[in-house]
Design a protein around this ligand. Sequence first.
Ligand code: PXG
Length: 300
Amino acid sequence: MRPMVYLDGRIVPAGEAMVSVYDHGLLYGDGVFEGIRVYHGRVFRLEQHIRRLYRSARAIMLDIPLTPSELIDATLATLRAGECTDGYIRLIVTRGVGDLGLDPGKCPKASIIIICDGISLYPAELYERGLEVITCATRRTPPTSLDPSVKSLNYLNNILAKIEVKRAGLLEGIMLNSEGYVAEATGDNVFVVSEGQLLTPPTHCGILVGVTRDAVMELARREGIEVQERVLTPVDLYAADECFLTGTAAEVIAVVKIDGRVIGDGAPGPVTKRLRVAFHALTETEGVPIYPEGAAGSSG
Ligand code: PXG
């Protein structure tokens, strides 16, 4: 695989893709994005990611200059150009190039960038052992300021929390909302297992509605596990039988210690393991094929 980038209609090797310093995505974080996985020559839940991208764009009054199906075609063409069968897609739509000044009206046309590259995952042994996390002092942006369900290019809220996490010598942390209820991890959603039920914060707690979160809730219901969206406190996390995170990059990963409290028996629990296996199976079977059946470059 070669990393390739689609940039406003042209597909070029990643090293040759350049954007203007006047792009408002760079100047102000004015834009939206998606992170998508490619497994075995298929794009996982591509339609769901595209839907979320257009929803985010609509929320910030950003006109994406391609239709959803044109954007899907451009994404698949970029993957084919790099002969990608397993990797990561970063879809970005910025406000585009304009004069200095916040006014998005200065930007006549949004810019579309599609990066197809590899992805760095957590080390394999962390999936076996589970993660230790903290709850961060930095609170998730309230929906009244910038709704976390909009996947915008403004990630400083999460980055400030990530800096706390790294200063604590850890890899991930849990963010509370401004009321002190559990929202999500810096780049993942949070689940707990408590009295046999799978619980996760509802969207009104101020979260990004994860594509992996949706998939895991579906899988759990299919496996006969009761799933509820419920407002959670840090104590609900500390007292849980199991805790895990979900995300495009992390997939399903157990959390075994939170703020020094051992969760359950301190190892990934049975429900977490079951859902991790079920999620893997889903990535093996589901997805939009990059290569038409039997075509050159097919993974099969
Ligand atoms: N919450 C936040 C704040 C996120 O950024 C998720 C939850 C999980 O959503 P999905 O749809 O991925 O299940 C995210 C997604 C990275 C990276 O490079 C981060 C995400 C996705 C892909 C890569 O750290 N975050």
